[in-house]
Design a binder for this molecule. Structure first.
Ligand code: SF4
Length: 403
């Protein structure tokens, strides 16, 4: 992408490794379902988030941050502020979820994130509130340190209504966690998965990919997930982006196309790059996904045999981004229970280098703040080269003009 700035001049940004596949992705658009706006258009995108009338898509996965504190200090974290705001109160959280229900509901899955949410002792109460306010599923984004050590706490979360865990899991080589997380916490991650297995809480492994650190582990991580399907119900692969504490320096931005190619190389063709398809509820360049269907003792990417017209016909616009192909598989079975398999989602976040306002306008993943505004994920985490944020943590910037 060629970009220019009156202050900093012109520069090029690397986009994708394969022009034909890039064009195929770009052309794969589904009609958009927009959301009732909360903000007025004043300064133009991306300064009017809330969401504003120009936003073209509804949110399929809302997030709320329940703390900005953490028990790790990962070098790759998109948190950058030294002085973080105080945790939102239970009343504030209730109001945030009410807003989500009003604008994204009535039926909505919700992810609780942070900071590290498990350092809040009242997390079970928060999960109960979220459920009572109407969330159809409650996912917890966590580094796994506390749930790996304290199964009683994990059980309390489950009893409060927790549906699944979104577990930070960067690889199978303990040195990877040391580089990306600042210390070796690999064995604790395995205990977290084990505890979830015992409590029958599905785990989605969330992998931050950094070129030169763990991009060669993707095949092994997929193998690990397939070997642990009773506990691991999905993989979310997230190339690192420049935000907060993390600076890519000379490392490469990895696109959906790059990750798809790496997977193809590392799985010896069991999964091909062309098995990854765009997700219909967002801009086509934001995600690539497939569903590995368990068949005859092996795995076959469901998309390999899917016809484009069948995808368009059977696509459910309310499916969360990670479940799009799993839901199509499930709908083709009368019991609506899909056969065992593994959804894989590649999520290509944007930063100041790669920011594309056309993509941002179609974002379906937003963080709802204490002031009730919802900010598309990549815009919310947009920082400059000093770590300064465009949107502060937690909101409280202004009152939201509700429609
Ligand atoms: S990202 Fe969406 S909500 Fe934010 S300013 Fe742009 S169009 Fe509006």
């Amino acid at each position: 992408m060629a970009k220019s700035c009156p202050e900093h001049g012109c520069f090029d940004v690397y986009m994708w490794p394969d022009a034909a596949q890039y064009e195929w992705f770009c052309g794969y658009t589904f009609s958009s379902i927009s959301r009732v706006p909360q903000m007025k258009t004043v300064a133009g995108c991306p300064h009017d988030c809330g969401l504003c009338p120009s936003h073209a898509r509804r949110i399929t996965l809302p997030e709320i941050e329940v703390t900005w504190r953490c028990n790790l200090a990962c070098p790759v974290c998109f948190m950058s502020d030294r002085h973080v705001p105080p945790d939102p109160s239970l009343d504030e959280i209730r109001r945030m979820v009410e807003t989500i229900r009003n604008f994204d509901g009535p039926c909505f899955p919700l992810q609780i994130t942070g900071g590290e949410p498990t350092i809040r002792h009242d997390l079970p109460e928060i999960i109960e509130i979220v459920g009572l306010e109407g969330a159809s599923a409650v996912e917890l984004n966590t580094n796994g340190l506390i749930i790996g050590e304290d199964i009683k706490y994990l059980r309390a979360l489950k009893n409060a209504g927790l549906t699944n865990i979104y577990l930070q899991f960067d690889g199978l080589d303990p040195s990877t966690t040391k580089v990306l997380r600042g210390r070796d916490v690999f064995s604790t991650k395995l205990r977290a998965i084990e505890n979830c297995r015992k409590e029958k809480i599905p785990v989605i492994l969330s992998v931050t990919i950094v070129e030169g650190v763990n991009e060669m582990e993707l095949g092994r991580i997929i193998g690990f997930a397939m070997d642990n399907l009773d506990a691991v119900h999905g993989l979310a692969l997230q190339p690192a982006f420049v935000s907060g504490r993390f600076e890519l320096e000379k490392r490469m931005h990895l696109s959906v196309g790059d990750v798809a190619r790496l997977i193809s190389d590392q799985t010896e063709g069991m999964i091909k790059a062309t098995d990854f398809w765009p997700v219909g509820s967002s801009h086509p360049l934001c995600y690539g996904s497939t569903y590995l269907l368990q068949e005859n003792g092996g795995f076959v990417p469901f998309t390999r045999h899917l016809k484009e017209e069948d995808y368009r016909r059977n696509f459910n616009s309310t499916s969360p981004q990670g479940a799009v192909f799993m839901d199509i598989v499930a709908d083709s079975f009368p019991s609506k229970t899909p056969p065992p398999g593994l959804p894989i989602l590649i999520m290509e976040y944007m930063d100041a280098w790669t920011m594309d306002l056309e993509r941002v306008r179609e974002c379906n993943l937003a963080v709802t703040l204490s002031d009730g505004s919802s900010i598309p994920f990549c815009v919310y985490h947009l920082t400059d080269n000093t770590g300064k944020r465009l949107y502060p943590h937690g909101g409280r910037r202004r009152h939201v003009a509700c429609a």
